[in-house]
Design a protein around this ligand. Structure first.
Ligand SMILES: [Zn+2]
Length: 387
């Protein structure tokens, strides 16, 4: 049988190119000779690859380094502004996006209100957002990373189901790629947030973590050995629609008693409204817990406890010791967090539970945008924005 030599050469070239870019990105400024030493590639191969990268503008020469006897070597660096990446967060209230460079530095941000749009209108809003973000950009676009609520098949960029936006089997990745002519990566927003939490953790970074976003929906993202784990169908961490109360309230998904009907923002606000006889948002519940109001403390405790029980199951399945909580519901503060910790620890196997650190994350408002763009850069160039 003849081997597909052409494909193999092509694959080797792409592999070598990625290896060189990653080495220059992580270790630059660096000489060609040191790239060869680091990668194990021959100097000739490195020189060929670097010539191509200089032509593309991804890598630049920045002068000569110190000499170790002979002629001082020319040093290489990745030109961080040679390619731009767009990250989107299709949030419940706003669709937001940023243009970032190859180091994840934000160059421009645009936010548009959703105002109840769904279906095709919501897709049009994605286009409007991208058009605004891309107007006047000069560097070539590497690609678009999208973080969206709902169940996503990241392999195909298809949103299998996003209840709020009334999207079902929507091939958003293909639609956006066709319109803008660049690679597109679509991921669940909790998964994107988890990757950002890992990527921008700085000194405190650990290789395994679970990030759980609690807003109207509840979703987790799993980082295993420094990479996002999406599961067989890209749905890893989709814990919000696991039934936790057979007699519970009807959920957006049509079933009864899902985790989000107990631990999510709507459930908390609905209970608060019933308790106070008026509108009560998360801020009001938080304020009432600080005042020691029993109704508010009970709501915070119940919501936290339900989440804690779900976390206990994750601890048992994965034995991951760092759990980071994100999203609006974290505003409930200490009484809520205490209930999460209490239930998670008391229901997981003791030796596992003892080691678990459950805390509220740093959660800048653009955590999904940062994660979505980091995923795109990782997929297209094999680079990790970790710092
Ligand atoms: Zn549900």
């Amino acid at each position: 049988m003849a081997l597909p030599t052409k494909a193999t050469h092509q694959q080797t070239r792409v592999h070598n190119e990625r290896l060189v870019v990653r080495t220059v990105y992580d270790l630059g400024p660096i000489s060609r000779a040191d790239v060869a030493r680091q990668t194990g590639l021959t100097r000739t191969t490195v020189s060929d690859v670097v010539t191509g990268l200089l032509d593309d503008g991804v890598v630049k020469e920045i002068g000569r380094g110190p000499s170790s006897g002979g002629k001082a070597p020319i040093l290489l660096e990745v030109d961080q502004d040679s390619r731009l990446v767009v990250g989107l967060d299709l949030g419940e209230e706003h669709f937001a996006g940023s243009v970032v460079n190859l180091r994840g530095e934000i160059r421009r941000t645009v936010e548009l209100p959703v105002a109840g749009r769904d279906g095709d209108d919501a897709v049009e809003l994605v286009f409007a957002l991208l058009d605004r973000l891309l107007a006047g950009t000069t560097a070539p676009l590497l690609g678009i990373g999208i973080g969206t609520p709902g169940l996503v098949d990241s392999r195909t960029g298809t949103i299998r189901r996003a209840v709020n936006l009334d999207w079902r089997d929507l091939p958003l990745g293909t639609i956006v790629a066709d319109r803008y002519g660049v690679p597109v990566n679509v991921a669940n927003d909790s998964q994107a947030a988890a990757l950002a939490e890992y990527t921008y953790a700085g000194e405190g970074r650990v290789p395994n973590l679970i990030a759980i976003r609690v807003g109207r929906g509840v979703g987790a993202g799993l980082i295993l050995r420094g990479a996002l784990f999406q599961g067989d169908g890209s749905g890893a961490g989709e814990i919000g629609h696991t039934v936790v109360d057979d007699q519970g309230a009807v959920c957006r998904c049509g079933r009864r008693g899902c985790l989000e009907t107990v631990a999510g923002m709507r459930a908390i606000e609905a209970r608060a409204a019933a308790a106070t006889g008026g509108d009560a948002d998360l801020g009001a519940v938080r304020a009432a817990t600080v005042e020691g109001e029993p109704w508010a403390l009970a709501i915070a405790d119940d919501a936290g406890a339900a989440l804690g029980r779900a976390i206990a199951a994750l601890i048992g399945a994965l034995d991951i010791q760092r759990i980071v909580l994100l999203g609006p519901v974290t505003a409930l503060g200490e009484p809520w967090l205490a209930a999460v910790r209490r239930e998670a620890r008391s229901r997981a196997l003791a030796p596992l539970a003892d080691e678990v650190d459950i805390s509220v994350g740093r959660q800048p408002s653009n955590v999904v945008i940062r994660g979505a763009s980091a995923l795109l850069v990782a997929r297209e160039l094999g680079l990790s924005l970790v710092r």
